[in-house]
Design a protein around this ligand. Structure first.
Ligand code: B12
Length: 216
């Protein structure tokens, strides 16, 4: 099977909710020594996005959405440890506190960003999903973090990103702690509007943005 075929089958397996196939294909990608970030972004992610589209159109219902997410997680469980292992760990590139905003349980994208940052030498403190806004700032202060990374998948929870930026400003921490935002409904304009320090459309870009800021 060619790499392109493998990617297409990954997308299809997520759409069909075939967990075993998702896992088998993930193992195959490892055996073929494929670029794992590419595998996730070009194979599995288009699949889960399609599931979201079908759900929006009313062709899929919540159980299919949940199954799609479970399939995605099963594949990630196989791929993410390998992604993190593959990187030679040198000295920490910086400390990151990451989580999904309060009221939002979506964590697949956040986990990907956390893994990629960790694979690229950042020290990552993952607070999980549905995280109280103050908790991000408390943890960042406690660990002396360079970044707070905020994930939001709902238009309602995007507002939480704005509030965290405000808390950082109120506490005069803007010079020390940089805030990066992301998630499907988030874009550069939103990041600029709320005064965040950076935005990344995917996990790879998130790493690049963090690396750029740390060099400045
Ligand atoms: C899977 C999924 C679920 C799963 C989540 C499982 C889990 N553990 O995460 C389940 C089934 C639980 C779920 C529940 C719900 N969902 Co949902 N879900 C999705 C779906 C299909 C995919 C999300 C996903 O995982 N994408 C794949 C990952 C890899 O992409 P990502 O999250 O965008 O992350 C990437 C980038 O955004 C970026 N990134 C992410 N975070 C960050 C952070 C930083 C700092 C940076 C720099 C970058 C970055 O990098 C990531 C990797 O490349 C989306 C559809 C979509 N198009 O997004 C709907 C979607 C987000 N869900 C939606 C809704 C409405 C819900 C529910 C309210 C449904 C309901 N009625 O109960 C609940 C929410 C409950 C809650 N309180 O949170 C809507 C949101 C609409 C809106 N505009 O607000 C969407 C858009 C579906 C739709 N098309 O309508 N959902």
């Amino acid at each position: 099977m060619s790499k392109e075929e493998l990617l297409a089958r990954m997308e299809k397996a997520i759409i069909e909710g075939n967990k075993e196939e998702c896992e088998t294909l993930a193992r195959e990608a490892l055996e073929k020594k494929m670029d794992l970030n590419g595998v996730i972004e070009k194979g599995y992610v288009p699949g889960i996005q399609k599931v979201g589209d079908l759900w929006e159109k009313g062709e899929y219902f919540l159980p299919e959405l949940i199954t799609g997410a479970e399939c995605m997680k099963a594949a990630m469980l196989i791929l993410q440890p390998e992604m993190e292992k593959s990187q030679i760990q040198t000295q920490s590139k910086g400390k990151v506190v990451i989580g999904t905003i309060q009221g939002d349980i979506h964590d697949i994208g956040k986990n990907l960003v956390a893994s990629m940052l960790s694979a690229n030498g950042f020290e990552v403190y993952d607070l999980g999903a549905d995280v109280q806004l103050e908790k991000f700032v408390e943890k960042a202060e406690e660990e002396g973090a360079d970044f707070i990374c905020l994930s939001a998948l709902l238009t309602t929870t995007m507002l939480g990103q704005k509030k965290v930026v405000e808390i950082i400003k109120e506490k005069n921490l803007s010079d020390r702690i940089k805030v990066l935002v992301g998630g499907a409904p988030v874009n550069q304009k939103w990041a600029d509007d709320i005064g965040a320090d950076g935005y990344g459309e995917n996990a790879m870009v998130a790493v690049k943005v963090a690396q750029k800021i740390i060099k400045e």
